[in-house]
Design a protein around this ligand. Sequence first.
Ligand SMILES: Nc1ncnc2c1ncn2[C@@H]1O[C@H](COP(=O)(O)OP(=O)(O)O)[C@@H](O)[C@H]1O
Ligand SMILES: O=P(O)(O)O[C@H]1O[C@H](CO)[C@@H](O[C@H]2O[C@H](CO)[C@@H](O)[C@H](O)[C@H]2O)[C@H](O)[C@H]1O
Length: 450
Amino acid sequence: MSAVPPVLARWMARQRWYQAKGAEPAVRIVGTLEGETTGVRVTTFLLIDEAGTEPLLYQVPVSFRSEALPGADGALIGEADGLFLYDAPHDPAYVDLLLSAISSAGRLDGADAHATGHPSADPGTRVSSHVFAGEQSNTSIVVEVDGSVVPQTIVKLFRLVHHGENPDVTLQTGISAAGSDRVPRSFGVLTGSWPDTGRADGVAVGHLAAVQEFLPGSEDAWRVALRAAAAGEDFTAKAADLGEAVAEVHETLAAVFPTVPTAPADIADAVALMRSRLAMAVAEVPGLADHLEAIDAVYERAAHAEWPAQQRVHGDLHLGQVLWTQARGWVVIDFEGEPLRPMSERSRPDIALRDVAGMLRSFDYVAGSLGQEDGAGAAGASAWAVEGRDAFIDGYQRRSGADLAAHRDVLDAFELDKAVYETLYEVRNRPTWLGIPLAAVARLAGPTNA
Ligand SMILES: Nc1ncnc2c1ncn2[C@@H]1O[C@H](COP(=O)(O)OP(=O)(O)O)[C@@H](O)[C@H]1O
Ligand SMILES: O=P(O)(O)O[C@H]1O[C@H](CO)[C@@H](O[C@H]2O[C@H](CO)[C@@H](O)[C@H](O)[C@H]2O)[C@H](O)[C@H]1O
C-alpha cells in the first residue's frame, strides 16, 4: 500500500480532532476509499496512528486537484506531485461523491466501503455546502440540498473510526426510523471495512459517516439554560418539557432495541466500573482523595439497591446534547456516548437513570459556570439549578411513569459517578472548570448523602 504523503501527516498533527496533541503523527495506511467526479480525485485514507498511548484509526478524506480550489485556501493541506491536496469536507466534489454513494446505496471504489441509504429518505443532491464551524471532535458538513424532504442536511464524518457499531449512528437511526421527531431525521450511513489482522476473519467493519436533517435556527439547551439562569428567568416549564423529551427518547429506545433485566451480576459489574473509574480519576485529580471513603459508601448503597431493567441509552446526556427548535421543541443529538469510555462499553444496554443523572449534573454546571464568573450571583444560580432539576425530574416521571424516588440510591450513585468522570474530563480538557465537578463530588458524597 502506498505511503502517507508527508505533507498530510504534518497537517494532521495540527487538526483539532488529532488526539496525540504535540506529538508527530506515526501513521500508516490500512485502507483507502477512492472516488472521482468532475475530474477531481478523492481518496479517503484510513490511517492508523501510533504516536499516542494507544493506536488510533483515523478517517482522512483528501481531494486532489490539478488547480487550486477558489476560496478554499484554509482547507489546503499542501502540494504533492504537482497536485493540490485539500481537506475534502471543504471540497464540493467530495460532498457530491458521499451523497451520491448514500442515495444510491452505492459504493466508493477501491476499498470495501458501501453506503446504506435510509429506506424512507433521499439525502438529495448538493446545492452548496460548508463545514460546520462549531467546536467539534468530529467534522460536520452542512449541505443545502435539492430533491429531499428537507432543505438542509448535515453530514457527520467520524474522524476516529473503529470496528463495530458507532452508537451515534445506530441509536439515532433507530429512533428516527421508529418515526420519532425527538431526534433529527436520519438520511443514510456510510459504512467501511478495512483489513485487521487482530480479528479472526481479518476484516474490520465500522461506521464512517452519517447524514441527518439539519435543524436551522436551533440552539443548544446549554446556551438557552445559561441565558435564562443569568437573567434569573423561570426555566421550569422548559426543564419539564426536557424531562418529557428524554423520557420519550428512552421509551423509543426501549421499543426499538432489546431490554434486559438487571441481574445481580450486572449490578456488581456496573458498581465495579464506577470504582475503577474513580481509581483512574484519583490518579489525575488529587482533590478526589479526601472523598474516597464517602464516595465508596454511596456506591456500596447502590450495590445493594434494586435496579431498573437495562436498555440502550444516550450515554453522555447533558444540556449541550439537546437542541431547542421552535417547531419541535427539544431534539436530542450526539448518541456517541462518553468520549473517555471504551467504545465496546458504550454499545451495551445500560440503565436509563445514567442519562437522568447526566442531565441533573448539567443543571448544576449552569450554576457552577455562572458562579465562576460572578461569585455574587452564585446563590441565585444555585436556586435556579435546583428548580430546574426538580422540574426536569417531574417531566421525566410524568412521561415515563417511573418513580425516581424509589431508585434514589441508584440515581445518586450515577450522579456521583458522572461528577467523578467530569473531574477527569475537566482536568484533561478545561482545568479552570475542575472546581465545578469537584464541588459536586464533595456535596454528593458528603454528610447528607453518607
Ligand atoms: N441535526 C443538527 N441540526 C442542527 N445543528 C446540529 C445538528 N447536529 C449537530 N448540530 C450542531 O453541531 C454541534 C456538534 O454536533 P455533535 O453531534 O455533538 O458533534 P460532535 O460529536 O463532533 O461534538 C451541536 O452542538 C449542534 O450545534
Ligand atoms: O459533548 P461531548 O460528547 O464532547 O461531552 C464531553 O464534553 C462536555 C463539555 O463540552 C462534557 O460536559 C460537561 O460540561 C458541560 C458544560 O460545558 C455540562 O453541561 C455537562 O453537564 C458536563 O458533563 C461531557 O461530560 C464530556 O463527556
